[in-house]
Design a protein around this ligand. Structure first.
Ligand code: FES
Length: 242
């Protein structure tokens, strides 16, 4: 454990924890969009800015990428920090206009206007990288990636083609903070338009509901840490409980 001071109060932080985790664990709210406890820190959204004082230097940095070190002095709500966070949010808003989570943050942070108008080709993605990091780090499929640089940067399947490694698990859909990844199940097929992917679904042998892509079953059998029993996917999760 290490000792850190946040907003004038002393806290104990676990070894390896970052400043954002220490703050959240102690009920100190810091807005964040690209941090997830199950993923490696990324520092993509820049919303979790705090002020750090260490070795006589004071600077703004992202709390999700800065380790909680012994004797660290952190401030989370100075006028400079709030101004910098507002600027970050103003820049994010035009990327995903209307996204409820961003609108809610804007209300709470006092942001009334985006910094610039949304472009014609707005794709509602804020480039936080949660989807592709989860796909690589949690699922292990590595179906999508960043392409391009600067304002041309976007998330897409390799070479913009169909995401052949996508198994249709839906992890990206559940984690996306703007809801820009849609998944639709219809007529026994799961469609993820954003990844140009259509995957046939297996039907439960009891209730008949199409519930999981064959590709996900194959992936679990071949790459799962503990491959499930041979007949595991015959029943959907609901019928398995009965
Ligand atoms: S949560 Fe820290 S940069 Fe996004």
């Amino acid at each position: 454990m290490v000792n850190v001071t946040i907003d004038g109060k002393d806290y104990r932080a676990g070894e390896g924890q970052n400043v954002l985790e220490t703050a959240l664990e102690n009920g100190i709210e810091i807005p964040h969009l690209c941090y997830h406890e199950a993923l490696a820190p990324f520092g993509g959204c820049r919303l979790c800015l705090v002020e750090i004082t260490r070795n006589g230097r004071t600077f703004l940095t992202t709390s999700c990428t800065y380790p909680s070190l012994e004797g660290l002095f952190v401030r989370t709500e100075t006028p400079e920090i709030l101004k910098a966070r507002r600027l970050v949010l103003e820049l994010l808003l035009p990327l995903a206009p209307g996204a409820p989570l961003l609108q809610d943050l804007a209300r709470r942070m006092g942001v009334t206007e985006p910094r610039f108008a949304a472009g014609e080709e707005v794709d509602h993605c804020i480039r936080c990288g949660l989807c592709l990091r989860a796909c690589a780090e949690l699922v292990g499929a590595r179906a999508i990636t960043f392409s391009g640089r600067g304002y041309r940067r976007k998330v897409e399947p390799p070479f913009g083609e169909e995401a052949l490694n996508c198994i249709g698990c839906g992890t990206c859909v559940f984690l996306c903070p703007t809801g820009c990844i849609q998944m639709k199940d219809m007529d026994g097929v799961r469609t993820l338009d954003r990844w140009k992917r259509r995957l046939p679904l297996k039907a439960c042998t009891s209730c008949g509901r199409h519930y999981i892509p064959f590709a996900a079953i194959e992936f679990a059998r071949q790459k799962g840490r503990q491959p499930p029993p041979e007949d595991w996917f015959e029943l959907c999760p609901d019928c398995r409980q009965d």
